[in-house]
Design a protein around this ligand. Structure first.
Ligand SMILES: C[S@@+](CC[C@H](N)C(=O)[O-])C[C@H]1O[C@@H](n2cnc3c(N)ncnc32)[C@H](O)[C@@H]1O
Length: 258
């Protein structure tokens, strides 16, 4: 058995393991583009695109996609996936708190709580400023964030397995471990076990993430300027408005560039 600890070092296994709710999420993103942008949306930037679950599906639906990620391995993986489908896209290895695009986009997305990598308010503000620069007026920024639904034990964990051909990937993921109540920083842990033809490989990853509270997020968005708040949701369905949930596990936020 081999074991690796590098961050996001197994894009192929990650892509299989996290091929979960993606169609529903993309349906919701497309609904937001049509319903809430005041300009037609055709160019979209996927921030922290990872292995491209949203980017590829949006490209399949005819959107011109750009992707940004800190991991060169992930960007190379997405480049291959796009090319294999005959799509083109601008793929950038870069930091979500400090990037500039050659051409602005009509919408940006940042999925699977990837904004959590911004471990301080200063980094999150820099990120929001960079996105505001990249999106055209009337365009959207849509992202999801984990939320603490309990004050006593906010940690949550999931285990599941996926099969693709002969390859089985057993995944376990936990978030909101060891929350520091002052910095709001917590630990995420992920294990991917790949079983194929009698061989097992194990990838472990653990990193820090940070949660923001809903009202704090609203205040930070106002502080940055350049965006108006449109709506937030506790899931990827249009009627799931955040205020209607008693125990939200996530917030999906829709902002519009002013
Ligand atoms: C939880 S994964 C989500 C990937 C993808 N959005 C998805 O829904 O599967 C987080 C991604 O953020 C990327 N990342 C981490 N820090 C980053 C940063 N400062 N700037 C850009 N990307 C970053 C990682 O490389 C990883 O691909």
């Amino acid at each position: 058995m081999t074991s690796r600890y590098r961050q996001y070092a197994a894009p192929h296994l990650y892509e299989i393991a996290f091929d979960t709710n993606r169609k529903l999420e993309v349906d919701f993103l497309v609904h937001c583009f049509k319903r809430h942008a005041t300009i037609p949306v055709s160019r979209v930037l996927d921030i922290a695109c990872g292995t491209g679950p949203h980017l590829i599906r949006l490209a399949d639906r005819g959107y011109q996609m750009s992707g940004l990620d800190l991991s060169a391995e992930n960007i190379a993986f997405v480049k291959q996936r796009l090319a294999a489908k005959g799509h083109r896209g601008e793929l950038i290895v870069g930091d979500m708190s400090d990037f500039r695009l050659e051409r602005p986009v009509d919408a940006a997305i940042c999925m699977q709580d990837s904004q959590g990598h911004m471990l301080t308010n200063a980094r999150l503000l820099a990120h929001l400023r960079a996105v505001a620069r990249a999106v055209k007026r009337g365009g959207l920024y849509v992202f999801d964030r984990y939320m603490a639904s309990s004050w006593t034990n906010p940690a949550r964990s999931w285990s599941w397995s996926k099969r693709r051909g002969r390859l089985i990937v057993r995944a376990s993921f936990s978030a909101l471990n060891d929350v520091d109540p002052v910095s709001q920083i917590f630990r995420e842990r992920m294990t991917l076990e790949a079983i194929e033809n009698g061989t097992r490989r194990l990838y472990r990853q653990s990193h820090l993430s940070r949660m923001v509270f809903p009202q704090e997020l609203r205040a930070l968005v106002e502080l940055v300027g350049g965006f108006e708040f449109v709506q937030w949701f506790f899931g990827f369905k249009r009627h799931q408005v955040l205020e209607r949930s008693r125990h939200p596990l996530m917030m999906v936020v829709v902002l519009r560039k002013t």
